[in-house]
Structures are given as C-alpha cells and as structure tokens.
Design a protein around this ligand. Structure first.
Ligand SMILES: [Zn+2]
Length: 283
C-alpha cells in the first residue's frame, strides 16, 4: 500500500461517490501533518504540489521526502503535480517517478492544448503515471499560475472530444469555482459537472475547493467530483498555526514544539475534510 497511482484512490471514490482530498503540501511539516491525518482517519489522500513549490525545493527532494513519509503508513497516498503549464517540468516530474500531473494548457489554443496533453499522456503511460487535463482556466491565481477571470466557456461536446481524444485519466471541468478566497458566493454549474460525467464516465476534479459550503461539496462529489483540491485552506492553517503559537508563547524558543503544533493543526484540518468528503474509513 502507501504510495499508489492516482486511479487507485480515485476509481473507488468515483464508483462509491466519495471525494478524495488533494492537498497542496508546501514542505515536510505539511506533508507529515497531512499523512498522519490520513493514517488516523484511515483515508486515501492525494498530495499535490504547485509548480512554484516544485521549483522551490526541487522535484527529487519532494519525491524522496514524500515517498519516505508515505511508505511509513498503510493508507494509499499518491503524488501529483498541480497546474503545470510547462511541458519540460511535467516531463521531469514523470521521469522522477511522480504518480500524476495536471498539464494546464488552458492558456493555449484548443489544438495546442490537445496536442501537448496527448503527448504528455503518452509519456506518462510509459512511466505508469496518469494525467489530469484542463481546457478552461479556473478563475483566480494559485501560486503564480492563472489569471483573475475564468476562461471562456466552450461547448461540452468540445470538452468531451478533448477528454476522449487525449487519453487523460481525469478532468477539471469549468463549473464556476475559483482559486483563492471567495469574495462572494460562487454560482456553481452543477449541470456542467453532471453532463460531462454522463458523456465520459470519467472521474472529475474540483478546483477552488477551499471555502465552499458543505452542501456544495456534497452535491459535486455525488455528481462525480472524485478529487477535491484544497490549497488555500491549507496555506491559511499553516500561516495561522505559526502566528497563533508564537503570539501565545512569546518566550518559547523550541522549534520542535512550534512546528509540532503547526503539524497538529494541519493534521486536524485534513481530518475535517476526510469526514466531510466521506473518505474517512475508506482506506
Ligand atoms: Zn486548481
């Protein structure tokens, strides 16, 4: 068990209609907190890494740290590269043994995105890895990738052509969610999620997951969102964990107590989502 491929966690979730949380880990403290949370909740989990974080630490350091930590626990966990618009980085991560990658060609023309996504899918298959695809940009900026506005909506038929023709394993449909903090309640397009699943029978990915209501999560997961991305809430938990601890204990200088406290905060946050998404006890 421990380190598995993306379908090993998403196929059961899609079939039994629960969601697997995909957290954007930042460092070893967040990785360890998330993995401990998954173990205690007996939950499958996806660890994903932004390209910005990938470049900060290096793909091998992250892969090795992830593998060492994930192999200590019995629950299935997979390592995914989030929103990667750079084919070279996607290729490098696959060569290093990462389990999957989201090739984000949403800024490209349909034809260019189709062509490169298909190439990366073929490359991934050689490594036993998998690809998430994206056609319409999710609104909001996430770790330097993306813009303020959602990309132009396209006919569902074109999305289906992309999904089936490129050979991707899962897809991020444009359903009105956004990266970052929501300034007002989003207008969720449940119909698009439903129609895309009906036309493809493929597991879907929910981006902009932080800050939605419990009811929105439940409805989208029931429609086929088998991977639910949580990035902003993790960043907030992490930063507030340091701030709260240091403000409460201004004379404390033991680094392990400090990061141990933050690690526990991250673990509790992860366990909240496992319960909410129905993945608790599914490992
Ligand atoms: Zn995203």
């Amino acid at each position: 068990m421990s380190v598995v491929v993306l379908p090993a966690v998403m196929d059961p979730a899609f079939k039994h209609k629960f969601g697997v949380a995909a957290f954007n880990a930042i460092d070893d403290v967040t990785l360890d907190g998330l993995i401990r949370g998954a173990e205690e909740s007996s939950s499958p989990m996806i660890i994903q890494i932004s390209v910005k974080t990938y470049k900060f630490w290096g793909g091998k350091v992250i892969k090795d740290t992830f593998t060492t930590m994930a192999e200590r626990v019995p629950v299935p966990i997979t390592l995914h590269l989030d929103h990667c618009p750079e084919p070279d980085i996607a290729q490098e991560s696959l060569e290093l043994g990462w389990n999957s990658v989201l090739f984000d060609g949403s800024a490209l023309s349909f034809d260019e995105n189709f062509r490169i996504t298909k190439e990366i899918t073929a490359l991934a298959a050689r490594f036993g890895a998998h690809v998430e695809g994206e056609l319409v940009a999710v609104a909001g900026v996430e770790d330097g990738v993306g813009g303020e506005n959602e990309g132009r909506l396209i006919p569902i038929e074109q999305e289906v052509e992309f999904i089936k023709g490129t050979g991707i394993y899962c897809y991020a449909p444009p359903i009105g969610t956004a990266h970052g903090f929501y300034k007002s309640a989003p207008d969720i397009r449940y119909d698009r999620m439903q129609k895309t699943v009906e036309a493809t029978s493929m597991p879907m990915v929910l981006h902009g997951g932080s800050g939605l209501t419990d009811e929105v999560y439940r409805r989208l997961i029931a429609l086929g969102a088998a991977k639910v991305n949580i990035s902003t809430d993790l960043k907030k938990t992490y930063a507030e964990g340091f701030r709260t601890y240091l403000e409460a204990k201004p004379a404390e200088y033991d680094p392990l107590k400090l990061i141990g406290s933050v690690r526990d905060d991250v673990k509790r946050m992860a366990q909240h989502y496992f319960r909410l998404f129905g993945s608790e006890g599914q490992a």
